[in-house]
Design a protein around this ligand. Structure first.
Ligand code: HXC
Length: 257
């Protein structure tokens, strides 16, 4: 499978996708969208991969959807092609995806990061939804996901003014899980992904599914879902092995990786 706008590598059990359109600050055109979705799906289907990292450059994770590509489109074109709906496939990937964000994550770039399961930010990261400044609004889920991450007040202010958040504010607001020095971003993200990829894969995937359920349902239904999945885990060899290893004071050897 050839890719032209991203680099695709494996590092042990981690699949790494690096956006590679430096001249356009990794702006997300249709080709980038197609390639990221294809690469992530291929990793999802690959039994040797346990987690995925998506990253950009030190200057830009992605400076948004490609404005030059979008500019001439008519309403009927965006409607008929259901522009941006193909990104939904990324949110259906069942293995964990970490966004490792340095530099600009603006518009569609911020939205892509938020489609991932969590965000590790470099200390130079800047997040924003500046679509209002070009006469539109977020179109890849930003008005919904940003609001769930940081609350209505901050999301509303950012979407209505286009103001950017620095890494500190993003961490304080719950948008990113933590901040690391820019030079250590990729190494740290790969380390975290590598750790996840060593655990029992069904347990990891069920955990991701349960946390994501919190966004889609009521508390009581979410807790019921969690309990049912938790009970199902007692059918896994890995539950027996993980608990036996704890009692025997040794490292667990999970079979289902
Ligand atoms: C297409 C882009 C781009 C984008 C940058 N470039 N962002 N091309 N789409 N989103 C291109 C520039 O045109 C320029 O190309 C090159 O990348 C370098 O950018 P500069 O502006 O020269 O860099 P700099 O001065 O460092 O400024 C960086 C920046 C700025 C602050 C990130 O580029 C910027 O404001 N970009 C747009 C951010 C934005 O509005 N994103 C939201 C897009 S809409 P040339 O050829 O001139 O060298 C979106 C929502 C989707 O994502 C859903 C709603 C429809």
């Amino acid at each position: 499978m050839a890719y032209e706008t991203i680099l695709v590598e494996t590092r042990g059990r981690v699949g790494l996708i690096t956006l590679d359109r430096p001249k356009a600050l990794n702006a997300l055109n249709a080709q980038v969208q197609d390639e990221i979705v294809r690469a992530a799906k291929a990793f999802d289907e690959n039994a040797k991969i346990g987690a995925i990292v998506i990253t950009g450059s030190e200057k830009a994770f992605a400076a948004g959807a490609d404005i030059k590509e979008m500019q001439p489109k008519t309403y009927i074109e965006t409607y008929m092609e259901d522009m941006f709906s193909d990104w939904d496939a990324l949110t259906r990937v069942r293995k964990p995806i970490i966004a490792a964000v340095a530099g600009y994550a603006l518009g569609g770039g911020c939205e892509l990061a938020m489609m991932c399961d969590f965000i590790i930010a470099a200390d130079n990261a800047r997040f924003g939804q500046p679509e209002i400044t070009i006469g539109v609004m977020p179109g890849m889920g930003g008005s919904q996901r940003l609001t769930r991450f940081v609350g209505k007040s901050k999301a509303m202010e950012m979407c209505l003014t286009g103001r950017m958040m620095d890494a500190e504010e993003a961490e304080r607001s719950g948008l990113v899980s933590r901040i690391v020095p820019a030079g250590e971003l990729l190494e740290e993200a790969l380390k975290v992904a590598g750790k996840i990829a060593e655990f029992s894969m069904p347990a990891v995937m069920m955990t991701k599914e349960a946390v994501n359920r919190a966004y889609e349902t009521t508390l009581s239904e979410g807790v019921r879902f969690e309990r049912r999945v938790f009970h199902a885990m007692f059918a896994l060899d890995d539950q027996k092995e993980g608990m036996a290893a704890f009692s025997e004071k040794r490292t667990a050897q999970f079979k289902n990786r």
